[in-house]
Design a protein around this ligand. Structure first.
Ligand SMILES: [Fe+2]
Ligand SMILES: [Fe+2]
Length: 188
């Protein structure tokens, strides 16, 4: 396999970085495949609920689809807990970061804060403050995050709900994660 000439980045040539850029584009083009694989892996993560984490995610995306939400919202619902594996203490932020270049700021904000807003439904039972979401109550997207948790998260643990299969959402995943990325204030 072709490799660069350098052992420290500052010594790389224009040709080196052209090679890396080409390989990175090829690798990034397969992002939808990796998202699909990560979603499939959610079948075997957190236990104890009546549905698997994949089942929960499919239920969330199915409800968003049934409500005629736009494709990026449906995909956001599908991946909103994709961070459970690697970021158990900050899973909302991980999912939001995965979505960040492909969705608008509002949807990114909703996913990033859904963990805090979810506390409203179980914080009291866990001896925590269920109203921590109120710290955002003057935020323009407060109601949007409330809606996400109410319609597409806290209610998505029903084993009798007939969700659509992961394959149904694959074209949507491919469409959203193949978009031209927009980084906003993120330069790298
Ligand atoms: Fe979550
Ligand atoms: Fe969730």
């Amino acid at each position: 396999m072709e490799t660069v000439s350098f052992t420290r980045m500052s010594e790389g040539t224009v040709e080196d970085y052209a090679l890396l850029d080409k390989l990175e584009h090829e690798f990034t083009a397969k992002l939808p495949d990796r998202i699909m694989a990560a979603l499939a892996g959610l079948e075997h993560t957190l236990s104890g609920y009546k549905v698997s984490r994949l089942g929960h995610s499919l239920q969330s995306a199915t409800r968003a689809h049934q409500d005629n939400q736009p494709v990026e919202y449906i995909v956001a619902a599908l991946v909103h807990d994709i961070g459970d594996d690697l970021a158990p203490y900050s899973h909302s932020e991980l999912a939001a970061s995965v979505l960040r270049p492909f969705v608008d700021d509002r949807l990114h904000w909703i996913v990033k804060h859904h963990g805090v807003f979810q506390l409203y439904y179980y914080g009291e039972q866990m001896g925590m403050d269920r109203n921590v979401r109120d710290r955002f109550k003057n935020h323009p997207w407060f109601d949007d995050a409330v809606e996400f948790c109410e319609k597409y998260d806290e209610n998505c643990f029903d084993p009798d709900f007939e969700n659509l299969p992961l394959a149904f959402f694959e074209p949507m995943v491919r469409e959203v994660f193949s978009r031209e990325p927009s980084f906003g204030e993120l330069a790298v």
